[in-house]
Ligand binder design. Sequence first.
Ligand code: NAD
Ligand code: MG
Length: 393
Amino acid sequence: MTLERVTVLGATGSIGTSTLDVLGRHPERYRVHALTAHRSRESLLAQCRRHRPAVAVLDAEEDAAWLRGQLAEAGLATEARAGREALVEVAEAREVNTVMSAIVGAAGLLPTLAAVEAGKRVLLANKEALVMSGALFMDAVTRHGATLLPIDSEHNAIYQCLPVDHRGGLVRHGVTQLLLTASGGPFRGWSRDDLVRVTPDQACAHPNWSMGRKISVDSATLMNKGLELIEACWLFDARPDQVQVVVHPQSVIHSMAAYSDGSVIAQLGNPDMRTPIAYGLAWPERIDAGVEALDLFRIARLDFEPADEVAFPCLRLAREAMAAGGTAPAVLNAANEVAVEAFLAGRLGFTAIGELVGRVCDECPVMPADDLETILEVDALARRAARVRLARQ
Ligand code: NAD
Ligand code: MG
């Protein structure tokens, strides 16, 4: 078997470390080409010792210089680099077959697009990149012959429940609806009044999944489900009304596809991201992911309920942004990134996240999102609008 060379963008994060765990179980199959991180240089150094990549990338030159010194001392041949250009280069490098896109937020867009444009196998965890640039992104996948595999557990589940070649729209394949499951987050069943005083630590304590802080807050506001609804529309060529959100607190069914003959196909598993990661790495084969077998007797029951869009308006805002089209999802995403950062820094209340995002969405005009410059400009504009509103609070 020829060795697959893998770049992991966002290697020190929750998805990044799970990816390295799976890769480490199959040394005969995978080699790490590059690992990247924003500022966590100590974690990146530890990963370099273990996985011996050819390249390691950090954001600041100062951190890369520190890493260079440490690598030399450890006698490792890894080259330490800094900055966005280096990120793009390790995503599109000729020797790389597979790129794990696991940077959080808009910062992941350019390197992920570079991997797509280089025709790589792209494992997409970074949903914000697709939300911002949907049409452009999917068009680039087709034009450059990239293989796009969704890593977000819900989309990975749907991918597994659809026919192998599901291009050309859902209806053509007899699919009537995608059922996107949601845990409901840590505040399921809470009223809007209860939510006002929620703290960052409460919001980050997810009942079923252990994740980075930004996506944990998104899960708590249900913006994560909103971003995932947009993600599903792009990945599976679906309209927003073909995607139904189903709250399923046990997080055992990761999503489903309903067919015209009445069949509903679901993918089940323990809530462990190593399952979708291993699926994406080995597709169309299957490899060991280190995940415990599902014990249905221990789970005993599966519950379902509708989402509460009154207490959690972010889901509605996302659906509206997708229906509005063009740059609307990019505005939604940018405003949300600013709002979540402010919430995590203790500068914005929990319920104010949705309010701020709603106001910025109302304020920014919707334009066609045909080219990258427009998308990046709109992203910057929406961030500015959100910051101006924050400063006024
Ligand atoms: P995380 O915060 O744990 O890790 C983020 C990684 O990106 C880190 O390696 C960090 O150093 C790097 N990074 C952060 N900002 C950066 C920047 N400006 N430039 C370059 N690198 C930067 O996040 P996570 O939970 O692993 O999530 C990563 C992505 O995967 C997100 O888009 C998230 O929505 C998606 N995702 C995560 C999960 C999960 O279970 N954690 C599930 C589904 C989807
Ligand atoms: Mg998900």
